[in-house]
Ligand binder design. Structure first.
Ligand SMILES: Nc1ncnc2c1ncn2[C@@H]1O[C@H](COP(=O)(O)OP(=O)(O)O)[C@@H](O)[C@H]1O
Ligand code: SF4
Ligand SMILES: [Mg+2]
Length: 336
């Protein structure tokens, strides 16, 4: 099913600052880690939005805000028009049911002392309206089948499964409450390359089957390439470029995205010809003390005086999409 134009999730100026304090008895706040610092986007029904950026740029914090596991410092996330931070009681419960998460590490995210049946069926303890007690075993077996596992293995423990199978268990658990949105936080990063493709294929199949909207988080642009309809590139708590899959990969306009793509290995050596290879220098600065103006300026080869003085907003159009760069200019990238 093609993604619709209906926004199922609307995120506006979402901010999460973690206070940094000093002192043991008398704690004083001496600053804040600006983990997510003004993020806005829409997610459409049935769509996959890839969210990409280096480790520490705020991807998981964004996921936790959307899951209502963290409270925002400011800004909003609305699911089907309702502000997540303002919802209470049964409305909040319904919203929580509607947005689920698949975690990065299939080795640590599953409780080793619980059977697979109990792990997948656990969400029904809180949301018993989805599956009454007598119905749960059958539901869990159905879920095992949907994710390509043997329903007869319902009483086995996580250690009896391989890494890829465990991630399937995590996915089955994410599906248990029949959500409309699933946040996949680096779901294949811990898996062997050969297994990654199988899990990605499963996620795509499930998306078509259940018309799911995905936020697919990765630290590497190549991972989300085929699954994403649109891609948001994050740097130090902000989205610096947002566009359709083809725009981002073929006509990136923000220097950071260009650098990320330049680091993507190209299997065909011919594809490298005539291409400038940009190597990103150093690590990102601390989110407790981000650079003034453009946060990428300390690593940007195009930086000018204005970049330190004025923050570029995600409003500059280049290559048919939005970039947060004063000098945004789309470049053709020939990547295999
Ligand atoms: N609970 C927390 N308290 C303080 N700082 C945090 C907390 N969670 C995350 N951070 C910090 O926020 C920044 C973003 O982290 P995170 O969202 O995990 O990034 P990513 O998932 O992109 O690697 C990092 O600097 C991290 O150390
Ligand atoms: S605004 Fe300036 S420093 Fe930031 S990415 Fe653009 S050119 Fe580089
Ligand atoms: Mg993370």
């Amino acid at each position: 099913m093609a993604p619709s134009s209906e926004a199922i999730l609307e995120v506006r100026d979402l901010v999460k600052h973690f206070p940094l304090s000093q002192g043991i008895v008398f704690k004083r706040q001496i600053g804040a880690i600006k983990a997510v610092d003004g993020v806005s986007f829409d997610l459409h029904r049935g769509e996959t939005l890839g969210v990409v950026g280096e480790s520490g740029c705020g991807k998981s914090t964004l996921a936790k805000l959307l899951m209502a596991l963290e409270r925002p410092t400011s800004g909003q996330a609305k699911i089907n028009g309702v502000d997540l931070a303002k919802a209470r009681g049964s409305e909040l419960k319904r919203m929580r049911r509607n947005i689920q998460m698949v975690m990065q590490d299939p080795y640590t995210s599953l409780n080793p002392r619980m059977t697979v049946g109990d792990i997948i069926g656990e969400p029904y303890e809180i949301h018993s309206e989805v599956a009454p007690k007598g119905d749960r075993r059958r539901k869990v077996q159905e879920l095992l089948e949907v994710v390509g596992l043997n329903p007869e293995h319902i009483n086995r423990y996580p250690h009896q499964f391989s890494g890829g199978q465990r991630q399937r268990i995590g996915i089955a658990r994410g599906l248990a409450l029949q959500p409309e949105i699933i946040i996949c936080d680096e779901p294949v990063s811990a898996l062997d390359v050969s297994i990654q493709a199988q899990v990605m294929n499963l996620l795509e199949k499930l998306q078509n089957e259940f018309n799911l909207a995905y936020i697919f988080i990765a630290h590497d642009l190549s991972v989300v390439r085929h699954i994403s309809d649109r891609v948001a590139v994050m740097y130090l708590g902000k989205i610096v470029e947002l566009g359709k899959d083809a725009d981002i990969y073929e006509r990136p306009a923000h220097p950071y995205t260009q650098a990320l793509l330049s680091a993507v290995p190209v299997p065909d050596p011919e594809g490298r010809e005539g291409r400038e290879r940009i190597i990103l220098q150093g690590d990102p600065p601390s989110p407790a003390d981000p650079p003034s103006g453009c946060r990428f300026r300390t690593r940007c080869w195009k930086a000018q005086d204005i970049c330190a003085e004025q923050e570029p907003l995600l409003e500059i159009r280049a290559g048919g999409h939005l970039s947060a760069c004063h000098f945004a200019e789309a470049h053709d990238v020939i990547n295999a």
